[in-house]
Design a binder for this molecule. Sequence first.
Ligand code: SF4
Length: 83
Amino acid sequence: MEKELCPKVAKCPLFNGTLLKVPGAEESYKNLFCKSGKQKWSTCKRYMTSEKVGKCSDWILPNCSLTLEQIVSKMKEKGELPL
Ligand code: SF4
C-alpha cells in the first residue's frame, strides 16, 4: 500500500523542486519524509514550522538540526515573522 503523502506537498517548494538548486537533491528528502507516511512527514521541520507559525522559510530543511523554538526565534531575527 502507498504511504500517505504529506498534506503540504502541493504548496511545498522543496517537494516541487524549486527550493534546492542541486538537481535531484530533493529526492532523498522526498523519500525520507514527504512520501514516507505520517510517522515521517510529521517530523519534517518544514512541516512542523508551517503547522506552528503558518509559514516556512526557504532556509529550513526537513532534517534541520534546530529545535522548533530555535527555528521560530531565527525567523523572527531575520524579520520573517513579527517579533
Ligand atoms: S514532508 Fe516537509 S518537505 Fe515534504 S512536502 Fe511535507 S513539508 Fe514539504
